[in-house]
Design a protein around this ligand. Structure first.
Ligand code: ADP
Ligand code: MG
Length: 312
C-alpha cells in the first residue's frame, strides 16, 4: 500500500464516521477475498494457482475507495456551499403582510448550475437577496460554507459579501464613467489587491468572458450582451464562492443570451464555479442542471441536485 493510500485510511480512521466507513470497507474487501478463495477451491482440482492470485487487486482498491468517498461525502455533506434554513420574508408586516418567502429550505452544493424559476412576484429576487446577504429574512437563516451570514452585521457583512459572493443584476449595474476593465478593477481595488496582480486578473477575466478587445470601452459603447459579460467578469473578480444572477438574460437578444450562457457554462465546467440564476427565461431553464420552482414564496418543485454534472 503506498504512502498516499495509507494517508487516506488514517484520515478516515480519525473520525467516528471514518471508523464506521473503515469497518464497512474492510468487510467489503474481506468478502471480495473470500469470493476469490471460494473460486480457488472450486477450480483447484483443475488448475495450479500461485500466491499472486490471492493478492488484492487494483480494481478491489478502486471499488472500496470510490464507495468510501461517496459515503464519506454523503455523511459529511462536504460540498454544501449554501444552506438556507426555513426562510420567511414578510413585507409590510404592519399593514397588509406580503409573504415574499414562506418556509423556504434550500441546500446548494459546489459546482451547481441552478435556475430558480417562477412567475413574476413569486419571490425569486427576494430569495437571491437573502442568499446574497443583501437583505435579512424575517425569520430563518442563511449559512455560507457554515458561516451564518444572517447574524453578520455592518462592515462584517459587507466584507463577507465582497469576498465570497458575486452578483450579476438584470440591469448590469456598471459604473458609467469607468471603462470595462476599470469596472472590474474597482472591485479588486476594494479588496486591496496589489496593482500588478490587479492588472493580471483583469486581463484574465476579460479573456474568460470573451471581451478582451473591449477593455477600454465605457458601458455606453458596449452592447447589452457585452455589458452583461463585464458584469459577469466583475462578479468573478474576487474569486467568489458562487455567483448569484438575477434574471441575467432578461434584457438580452437571443444571440447575446446564448453567448453569455455559453461563457457561464464554460466557467461552471472548467472552474467548477457555482451559478444560481433567477429567471423565467426558457433559454436559461433549459441549460440549468437543477431547476427550483417558486410559487407565492414557496418552493413547489425542485429537480434533484446534480452537482457532479456540469452545464454543457
Ligand atoms: P420575483 O423576483 O419573483 O418577481 P420578488 O422577490 O421581487 O419576486 O417579490 C416577491 C413579492 O414580494 C411580491 O409580491 C413583491 O410585490 C413583494 N415585494 C418585493 N420587494 C418588496 C418590498 N421592498 N416591499 C414590499 N413588497 C415587496
Ligand atoms: Mg425579480
Amino acid at each position: 500500500m503506498t504512502a498516499s493510500r495509507t494517508g487516506v485510511w488514517l484520515s478516515w480512521c480519525r473520525s467516528l464516521e471514518g471508523f464506521v466507513l473503515c469497518v464497512i470497507l474492510q468487510a467489503l474487501r474481506t468478502t471480495l477475498c473470500l469470493a476469490r478463495l471460494w473460486q480457488f477451491f472450486r477450480t483447484s482440482l483443475r488448475c495450479t494457482f500461485t500466491a499472486h492470485d490471492f493478492a488484492p487487486r487494483q480494481e478491489d482498491f478502486s471499488i472500496v475507495v470510490n464507495l468510501g468517498s461517496f459515503l464519506n461525502k454523503k455523511l459529511k455533506k462536504m460540498d454544501t456551499v449554501i444552506d438556507a434554513h426555513n426562510l420567511v420574508k414578510i413585507y409590510d408586516e404592519k399593514t397588509i403582510p406580503v409573504y415574499a418567502l414562506n418556509n423556504v429550505h434550500l441546500l446548494i452544493e459546489k459546482g451547481e448550475f441552478t435556475a430558480i424559476k417562477g412567475p413574476s412576484g413569486s419571490g425569486k429576487t427576494t430569495l437571491l437577496n437573502m442568499i446574497g446577504g443583501l437583505d435579512t429574512p424575517t425569520s430563518g437563516y442563511v449559512k455560507i460554507n457554515g458561516i451564518n451570514i444572517t447574524a453578520l452585521k455592518g462592515s462584517e457583512l459587507i466584507e463577507f459579501r465582497l469576498r465570497n459572493i458575486g452578483f450579476v443584476f438584470q440591469a448590469y449595474n456598471l459604473i458609467p464613467v469607468l471603462t470595462a476593465e476599470e469596472n472590474i478593477e474597482f472591485i479588486l481595488l476594494l479588496q486591496k489587491v496589489p496593482a500588478k496582480e490587479r492588472e493580471r486578473r483583469v486581463k484574465e477575466l476579460l479573456m474568460q468572458v470573451g471581451i478582451a478587445d473591449k477593455a477600454n470601452k465605457r458601458p455606453s459603447e458596449l452592447s447589452g450582451g457585452q455589458q452583461q459579460r463585464v458584469a459577469v467578469a466583475r462578479a468573478l473578480a474576487p474569486k467568489p464562492q458562487f455567483i448569484l444572477a438575477d434574471e441575467p438574460t432578461a434584457n438580452l437578444d437571443s444571440v447575446s443570451a446564448g453567448n453569455l450562457l455559453d461563457r457561464m457554462a464554460q466557467l461552471n465546467k472548467e472552474e467548477n464555479m457555482t451559478f444560481i440564476f433567477s429567471t423565467h427565461d426558457q433559454r436559461v431553464i433549459e441549460r440549468a442542471r437543477r431547476v427550483i420552482t417558486l410559487e407565492d414564496g414557496r418552493i413547489v418543485k425542485d429537480t434533484a441536485p446534480t452537482s457532479m454534472v456540469h452545464a454543457e
